[in-house]
Ligand binder design. Structure first.
Ligand code: FEO
Length: 394
């Protein structure tokens, strides 16, 4: 990919990673990703906003070379995570006059994670400005989207907001700008679910902080640039503030079909009551899809057999993740089966401590489901339906 002109004297100089399929050795990337870096040429000074993952160092330098960039005065490090700062040490070697601009917390992280010398980093205060001549950069602290160090950078004269991870999407595309909103919506929702959702209440404050900014472009550091900022801002508002939907997310696993039989019956029962169900077989599910489903589901019901006196390990993994992602889910329950005993229900309950949910009476049975067990599942479906109706989650 060559450098791409975004606005007058503002260029995308990042790298598209078409082949990456896993991030943090945890998060599936079905559509690859990009590491967006931006060059801003003022009439007096030049700034680079973020760098790229160290695996893409050559792409960044190729782009800077094609633009004939002999000197960089400032490197704005909106965020210290290595997918954006990985090439920073090399940039500072090649451009010895460059100073890094970051938040005070960012400065500390860059020193420890990238071993950047203290005297190369300038810690900027919230709302501080930096003149590049005919362009002014404004730094807006936005902690916890998704690390404590994060900030946004705004070019006042051109109304471009560089948001690093916030409003981003793991999406490899040759399009500089958003051209296909449904595709970007899907990727951005996945990104929000996996990266941002645990910080929902803090994002509320950060959205508040930028609500009066006039924004023409939102330029994140993953995925395409938003040329219709209201599209992504409204999507975030819905994910962050919107009430959960009349949906049950049902991650489950079954070894000998007892739990599967319960799941099949229970799903049909919920559907009969007008509830949308998103069912995930944890032996083969994309964990990102499960995270996305949790963004706006009112209820999570976990289905597990009993293995070695506790939940199946795949269920433990999924419940741990759901608990860490802190969705706005309001109700939870557990269904499943055991052979001769165990503490599956207690252990799953104990792992949901971060969620502000009402725990509804589990249906946890011995062996294969029988008539009375199906009746108990009917009761649980009725309870979920009533709770959704009482809370106007329709
Ligand atoms: Fe894209 Fe938090 O790094």
């Amino acid at each position: 990919m060559k450098p791409r002109k975004l606005r007058e004297d503002v260029y995308w100089v990042g790298a598209v990673d078409w082949d990456r399929r896993l991030f943090d050795e945890l998060i599936p990337l079905p559509d690859g990703t990009s590491y967006n870096a931006y060059l801003v040429k003022g009439s007096k000074k030049t700034a680079l906003i973020d760098t790229v993952d160290s695996s893409m160092t050559n792409e960044l330098f190729d782009n800077l070379g094609q633009l004939g960039v002999d000197d960089i005065d400032y490197v704005v490090a909106n965020h210290g995570e290595q997918d954006h700062s990985g090439t920073l040490p090399r940039i500072l070697k090649v451009y010895p006059n460059a100073k890094v601009m970051s938040t005070p917390k960012g400065k500390d992280l860059l020193k420890h994670l990238l071993l950047i010398p203290n005297d190369r980093i300038v810690a900027v205060e919230d709302q501080a400005t930096l003149s590049l001549g005919d362009k002014t950069l404004q730094f807006i602290h936005a902690p916890w989207v998704h690390w404590p160090d994060t900030m946004l950078t705004y070019i006042r004269e051109q109304e471009i907001l560089f948001t690093c991870d916030l409003f981003g999407s793991h999406l490899a595309t040759s399009d500089l700008l958003v051209t296909d909103e449904p595709t970007v919506f899907e990727a951005a929702k996945r990104y929000y679910a996996e990266i941002m959702m645990p910080f929902r209440t803090i994002i509320e404050r950060n959205l508040e902080k930028i609500k009066d900014l006039s924004i023409e472009l939102i330029a994140p550091s993953h995925g395409p640039v938003h040329n219709r900022p209201e599209f992504i801002i409204e999507a975030y508002k819905e994910w962050v503030y919107g009430p959960p939907k009349n949906t049950v997310v049902l991650p489950y696993i079954s070894m000998h079909d007892s739990t599967k039989k319960m799941v099949d019956y229970f799903v049909a029962t919920l559907v009969d009551r007008g509830i949308t169900v998103k069912q995930f077989n944890l032996s083969r599910t994309d964990i990102g899809k499960l995270a996305m489903a949790l963004v706006d589901a009112a209820t999570i019901v976990v289905g597990s057999p009993t293995v070695l006196a506790g939940p199946h390990p795949n269920v433990v993994y999924a419940v741990y993740l759901a608990n860490a992602l802190r969705p706005k889910t309001k109700f939870a329950s557990i269904i499943g089966s055991y052979g001769w005993g165990g503490r599956t229900v207690e252990q799953i309950k104990g792992m949901l401590s971060n969620l502000k949910v009402d725990l509804l009476e589990p249906v946890f049975i011995k062996g294969f489901p029988k008539k009375e067990d199906f009746t108990a599942l009917d009761r649980l479906a009725d309870e979920i339906s009533n709770r959704h109706k009482t809370n106007n989650l329709l």
